[in-house]
Design a protein around this ligand. Structure first.
Ligand SMILES: [Zn+2]
Length: 89
C-alpha cells in the first residue's frame, strides 16, 4: 500500500510526507468518526481528516476504521486533485 502511493505521487512531496506519517496503531482504539464504533486501523493527523470532510472530535490524532480510512483516502485524493487544478499543474 505504501509503495503504491509513493509511486503514484512521487512528484508530490507533500503527499509522500503524509504517507510516511500514516502508521498502524495498537489494537483497541475505536474509530474517531462520530457515530462509528468500529475498531480503528489507522491513526492520522486530525487536521487532515477534518480537511477531508470527516466528522471527528477535537483530538490531535484521529483514529479511523477500515471503512472511514477508505473514505478519507478517497476524499483527500479528490482535494489533492483540486489543488493541482487550482495551481495549474
Ligand atoms: Zn469509522
Amino acid at each position: 500500500m505504501k509503495k503504491t502511493l509513493i509511486a503514484l505521487y512521487s512528484n508530490n512531496k507533500t503527499l509522500i510526507m503524509s504517507v510516511t506519517c500514516l502508521g498502524r496503531i495498537d489494537k483497541g482504539e475505536s474509530c474517531s468518526v462520530s457515530n462509528c464504533s468500529s475498531e480503528a486501523e489507522r491513526s492520522i493527523s486530525a487536521d487532515k481528516v477534518k480537511s477531508a470532510g470527516l466528522k471527528i472530535g477535537s483530538d490531535k490524532r484521529a483514529y479511523l476504521c477500515k471503512e472511514h480510512y477508505k473514505e478519507y483516502k478517497k476524499k483527500s485524493k479528490k482535494d489533492k486533485l483540486l489543488d493541482k487544478w487550482r495551481h495549474g499543474m
